[in-house]
Design a protein around this ligand. Structure first.
Ligand code: COA
Length: 162
């Protein structure tokens, strides 16, 4: 069984992430969407909120499982018997960061490769940070976000400062 993990903060998950997840399922038998518990960023949504959103919007995609993880991504990959880390490459500006991460992960675990998928061009410029900023300023983001994420962002707008 070809297993891949797709790690990220997913604060929140967007249609761009879902596009990458679907592409990965065409290649791998199982794709584990791995939500990092303590990211280096300061997320808007809590770990359990991010995990639940990812689960809700991916549960109908065949071959996809959602899990949370703590610690090194390569250790989580080994635990799950995944030989591949999937990442999305939206633009050339992603390349440097992704290149560093892929090579660091390879030096930490030589048996695990990083494979990149390119999203549909429609999603090539969106990011969670810009989505949050636009949502808090009242933008209509239906084309970029699943309904449940939109709902959570509206709620967050009322409750949290961003
Ligand atoms: N569509 C839309 N947005 C996308 C996207 C896509 N297809 N692919 C990436 N993004 C955006 C994200 O929304 C996010 O935007 P933001 O910075 O505005 O929030 C950004 O690109 C990158 O986020 P993400 O893909 O979630 O990755 P990350 O950088 O937050 O997470 C981890 C990185 C979790 C994989 C990494 O920190 C990690 O592995 N941590 C575990 C500890 C570890 O092993 N460290 C050593 C790693 S070398």
């Amino acid at each position: 069984m070809k297993i891949a993990i797709y790690p990220g903060t997913f604060d929140p998950i967007t249609n761009g992430h879902i596009d990458i997840i679907k592409r990965a399922t065409y290649v791998f038998d199982r794709v584990i969407v791995a939500v990092v518990r303590n990211p280096s960023k300061n997320p808007l949504f809590s770990y359990s909120e991010r995990l639940k959103m990812v689960f809700d919007v991916t549960k109908s995609i065949k071959g996809v499982k959602t899990e949370g993880f703590d610690g090194l991504v390569v250790d989580f990959a080994k635990k799950k018997k995944a030989k591949v880390i999937v990442r999305g490459l939206r633009m050339i500006s992603d390349f440097e960061y992704e290149f560093q991460m892929a090579l660091t992960n390879r030096s930490l675990a030589s048996g695990i490769e990083t494979i990149f998928f390119m999203p549909h061009p429609f999603y090539s410029y969106i990011s969670s940070r810009l989505i949050k900023e636009a949502a808090f300023l009242g933008a209509d983001l239906r084309q970029f976000l699943p309904a449940t994420v939109l709902k959570n962002l509206k709620q967050a707008k009322k409750q949290k400062a961003y």
